[in-house]
Design a protein around this ligand. Structure first.
Ligand SMILES: Cc1cc2nc3c(=O)[nH]c(=O)nc-3n(C[C@H](O)[C@H](O)[C@H](O)COP(=O)(O)OP(=O)(O)OC[C@H]3O[C@@H](n4cnc5c(N)ncnc54)[C@H](O)[C@@H]3O)c2cc1C
Length: 520
């Protein structure tokens, strides 16, 4: 039987909240083990709309604390993860001047009310509040109201019934899954005795000793504190630990990545964030040369069953037709679809009104070991949520915080060059690694300043036959250095192959072949 390893904290679940908490604890010198059953950021954290946002719509439900925190975290991410998070100019179309006032008041008091039309007055008020909440560490311009004529010059082709718009700014993350991995790698550097493992199966626990399978071998760990960061699977993780709970009530959301040149052109670099006839809010924005459309919001009991089905794909195509009636999105334009389950607290009633704020529910093993369950939370707020949990754990362990994470740059965001320093950085990287400047620029966009490490490991740099934009050596470097446990990890999370809509059967076969060869 394997020896028992003692750790301060065992984190179960390597979504963004598990990864963020891991890095923070490591930075404080706390000895942690993170176990993820699949890959880092393979759950909801891979299924989000990829907005680093202040949560504009939470103003309607009066969640001002969440809006302030989200806006601050969004602003911080623009500099701490500057390699992946960028400003996204966004449009809120208006269909009337005074629409939405009564439903806004009702929703504020958590009374169900359909909000199909947010008029000019309520939008201006909301965006003004949003500017106020987002003013700490502000890095983006304040909102402006646009007339229909100004809107036509900004995002042409919108439904003629739209009378104007609010123009405001959000953040958008390109490589969300990579940022989760980078947090984990940073954490291990900050505290070399900590470890984060993916593709692990947690078997159960007895007398406070948790057993798990990793690379075919059973391992045992005795934590002082357990963090259950299992997202929508929190109740299942608790069940594996022998604690029956009913904390979670997930909601499934799906997205499409489509190739539609007319829509891409009309968007002109903007997100359109729009209310639809069914009272929901949807979004459409340019993403890696394609268009991303999202999202649905459907109650779901089994998070493992979440896929983007045909009904959802049809719904998403139909809502775009509500605002761009002359630009149809056809089925054959869908390049990629993905879905995730929001880890919401269990609640009755309208799923759209369930709080998106985070909280911690405390349970314990029969042996008395505390189990802190991380409920809810936005992608955007992972750092703040992790800090809250870390402070709680430090108090329990009798430690003091050594360092804050507010200004801690992440992974390839460290010393990421701004527009003025980019050419110099790329030229130096190309020269050091003996690759051409254009290739170094591509690597910088993909990996931030980690591109220097990738470039140094390239050598021959032979392009993939099915996707010459990536090279065999680049993928082999990722396999060797970034905890790749399957070809899917590589295709969906270490690279942007899938999310950018470039995953064909030929690419799948070639990457699988390369991965299999790398293992031999
Ligand atoms: C459709 C949709 C759109 C969204 N859009 C946005 C957005 O634009 N902006 C934003 O800020 N937020 C957004 N969110 C919310 C955000 O994505 C989630 O709140 C966040 O990713 C939750 O992270 P998590 O780490 O708690 O959960 P998850 O990412 O789900 O992580 C939980 C992890 O636990 C693992 N796990 C499960 N069982 C076990 C086990 N037995 N042992 C070990 N590990 C286990 C899973 O594999 C998973 O990786 C969106 C969510 C959805 C679904």
């Amino acid at each position: 039987m394997a020896e028992v390893r003692d750790v301060d904290v065992l984190i179960l679940g390597g979504g963004i909240n598990g990864c963020g908490t891991f890095r923070d604890l490591c930075a404080q010198g706390v000895d942690c083990l993170l176990l993820e059953r699949a890959d880092f950021c393979a759950g909801a954290s891979a299924g989000s709309s990829r907005l680093m946002h202040g949560g504009l719509k939470y103003l309607e439900t009066g969640e001002f604390r969440l809006v302030r925190e989200s806006a601050e975290e969004r602003n911080r991410l623009l500099s701490n993860a500057a390699h992946y998070v960028r400003p996204l100019p966004s449009i809120l179309p208006l269909r009337s001047r005074y629409g939405g006032i009564l439903p806004s008041i009702l929703r504020f008091f958590r009374i169900k009310a359909k909000m199909a039309d947010r008029g000019g007055w309520i939008t201006h008020l909301g965006l003004t509040l949003y500017d106020i909440y987002g003013r700490s560490f502000a890095r983006m311009p304040k909102h402006r109201m646009l007339s229909r004529a100004a809107l036509d010059g900004t995002v042409p082709g919108l439904d003629p019934a739209i009378i104007g718009a609010g123009l405001y700014y959000e953040g958008q993350i390109s490589h969300a899954e990579r940022l989760g991995l980078e947090l984990v790698l940073d954490g291990e550097v900050l505290n070399p005795s900590s470890r984060a493992l993916n593709h692990v199966m947690v078997e159960g626990q007895s007398d406070g000793v948790v057993t798990y399978l990793h690379e075919g071998r059973q391992q045992r760990v005795r934590p002082r504190i357990i963090v259950n960061a299992g997202g929508a699977w929190i109740d299942r993780v608790n069940a594996a630990l022998g604690i029956p709970t009913q904390l979670m009530g997930g909601s499934k959301g799906a997205h499409l990545v489509v190739e539609n040149a007319a829509l891409l052109k009309a968007l002109n670099g903007h997100m359109v964030y729009f209310g639809t006839a069914d009272g929901r809010v949807n979004l459409v924005y340019p993403f890696m040369g394609r268009v991303l459309i999202g999202s649905t919001d459907i109650k779901i009991e089994d998070p493992d069953a979440a896929v983007c089905d045909e009904g959802e794909a049809d719904y998403l195509r139909a809502v775009v037709a509500e605002i761009f009636p002359a630009i149809p999105v056809t089925e054959d334009q869908i390049l990629f679809r993905f879905s995730g389950v929001r880890p919401l607290p269990r609640a009755d009633g309208d799923i759209g009104l369930v709080t998106r704020d985070h909280s911690v529910a405390e349970k314990s093993l029969p042996s008395g070991v505390p189990v802190l369950c991380l409920i809810g939370g936005k992608w955007t707020t992972f750092r703040a949520f992790g800090a809250l949990v870390t402070d709680d754990i430090l108090r329990r362990l009798g430690h003091v915080r050594r360092v804050g994470t507010e200004d801690m740059q992440i992974g390839g965001g460290k010393d990421f060059p701004g527009a003025e320093g980019r050419a110099e950085w790329v030229a130096a990287c190309a020269e050091r690694a003996g690759i051409d400047v254009a290739r170094a620029g591509v690597l910088l966009a993909r990996y931030g300043t980690r591109a220097g490490l990738v470039a140094a490991g390239l050598g021959a740099d032979r392009p993939l036959e099915s996707l010459p934009d990536y090279s065999r050596e680049e993928l082999l470097w990722l396999i060797r250095n970034e905890r790749v446990g399957s070809a899917e990890d590589l295709i969906r999370r270490r690279t942007d192959i899938a999310i950018s809509g470039r995953l064909t059967d030929a690419v799948q076969r070639e990457v699988e072949g390369l991965f299999a060869k790398a293992l031999t």
